[in-house]
Design a protein around this ligand. Structure first.
Ligand code: GCO
Length: 442
């Protein structure tokens, strides 16, 4: 049982669940073009067992069944992403009509079930031909992305409840170009600085494009991770502040304040693309809401290596199957801080929150009390922020389905619904049943 019901929330508060295209659809279906994730995954050492998104959950063929599950649980909204390479197999130029038709059917299927469609236009599978041209390192990506935005939104924009251009700019920039853990797997500070700026420029261009199409309820989705200093020395505090700088504040500050944090620019400054100072009018195109994806915190210690002169150390709290500490307080702190420092009265959404576990099926049942406890603890933080006047308007759980967890392959199960990756059978977990009670009890 969960310790909340819908009645504990303001009228109109939205409960939703989320997935993404490459992680669920099955990229081999329907004429989608190759992406940088496909080649990244095909290169030894990048992804557990070199698994990829070819089949994933076969959501491409099973979306109706999946949306029945969303509706039956009592959710109001469903967050999904559209695949650039499915719509434009070359990234530009010729449209794959089958891909557009797919998202058209998907939009209708959501509305038929009374679900609000919440779209994200990029969740990490860049068309390979654009990666060949430098991908996020190339300033032209802002224009390519705006063109793709126009094509997909001309087709489905009329039925979207909300749209965000890019999921988690930190992952697109830092994780993929500095840490090398996601495609394209670079570890290069110049590539990082360029990608971090261009991802925001592309975000802004997409917002402008959608405004010109007359769309509204447009936002941004940022993954925020709390940074705790390893001890109370000044050096550790600075180290955590820098982690917070390039993980969280860089993107929020770029979009909502038109500048980048000084501590981040001490390292990235010399590597920034030419003319970056002049892009903030685009980057800061006004938004209607701000989405926060929250999972965990990191404990940060200083070192005397090259910038950013710090590293993560293992924290003392209970961990999920991702080895991520469970730290609900961070969600509360981010809701308070984001409203106070960046967004003011703008609606905030928790656009992702959830946890991975092994979730083994036994006698046709999956008991996941750990997930129920995780969700309960985080929802309690949302309620606390609401009680203090933060304008939180919705809470989305990652994820509806167990799916492709990127470099970690298919082992890390985040779903409310278990997926057997041999048969593709779906089995709702006990967390799904608990949510159904919380959301449908009157
Ligand atoms: C994320 C992503 C998802 C991940 C999830 C768990 O936004 O980070 O949207 O793709 O699967 O976060 O790591």
């Amino acid at each position: 049982m969960l310790n909340f019901t819908r009645a504990d929330f303001p009228e109109g508060f939205l409960f939703g669940t989320a997935t993404s295209s490459y992680q669920t659809e099955g990229h081999s279906f329907g004429g989608a073009g190759p992406t940088h994730w496909d080649s990244f995954a095909a290169t030894p050492g990048n992804v557990v067992r070199a698994e990829n998104g070819d089949i994933a959950c076969d959501h491409y063929h099973r979306f109706a069944e999946d949306f029945d599950l969303v509706a039956r649980a009592g959710f109001d909204a469903y967050r999904f992403s559209t695949s650039w390479a499915r719509v434009l197999p070359e990234g530009r130029g010729a449209v794959n009509e089958e891909g557009l038709d797919f998202y058209d059917r998907l939009a209708d299927a959501l509305l038929e079930r009374g679900l609000k469609p919440c779209a994200t236009l990029y969740h990490w599978e860049l068309p390979a031909p654009l990666a060949d041209l430098g991908g996020w390192r190339n300033r032209d990506i802002a224009g390519w992305f705006a063109d793709y935005t126009e094509i997909i939104m001309r087709r489905i924009g009329d039925r979207m409840f909300s749209v965000a251009p890019i999921n988690e700019p930190w992952c697109v920039g830092w994780l993929s170009h500095f840490l090398g853990q996601h495609a394209p797997g670079l570890r290069d500070i110049r590539a990082t600085a360029h990608a971090m700026h261009h991802v925001l420029l592309a975000h802004g261009r997409a917002i402008q494009t959608m405004r010109a199409l007359g769309l509204d309820n447009l936002g941004g989705v940022f993954n925020l991770e709390w940074a705790s200093p390893a001890d109370d020395s000044e050096a550790a505090r600075d180290a955590a502040a820098l982690y917070d700088g390039y993980y969280n504040r860089f993107f929020l500050s770029g979009v909502f304040k038109g500048c980048y944090p000084d501590n981040v620019m001490q390292g990235l400054g010399p590597h920034m693309p030419k003319g970056w100072h002049d892009d903030f009018d685009v980057i800061g195109a006004p938004l209607d809401w701000c989405g926060i994806n929250y999972y965990t915190r990191k404990v940060i210690a200083p070192n005397d290596g090259p910038w950013p002169h710090h590293h993560e150390i293992e924290g003392p709290l209970d961990k999920t199957f991702m080895d991520w500490e469970i730290y609900p307080q961070g969600l509360y702190d981010f809701l308070i801080r984001t409203a106070r420092d960046y967004t003011g009265d703008l609606p905030l959404y928790v656009t992702e929150n959830g946890m991975a576990a092994p979730d083994i099926i036994e006698n046709g049942r999956i008991d996941d009390p750990h997930r129920i406890a995780y969700l309960d603890a985080h929802v309690a933080m949302v309620r606390q922020a609401l009680a203090e006047g933060v304008p939180v308007k919705g809470y989305f759980i990652w994820s509806l389905l167990d799916n492709y967890e990127w470099a970690l392959g298919y082992d890390k199960r985040f779903g409310l619904v278990h997926v057997d990756f041999d048969t593709l059978d779906r089995t709702p977990k006990s967390s799904y049943h608990a949510l159904t009670v919380a959301l449908t009890r009157t």
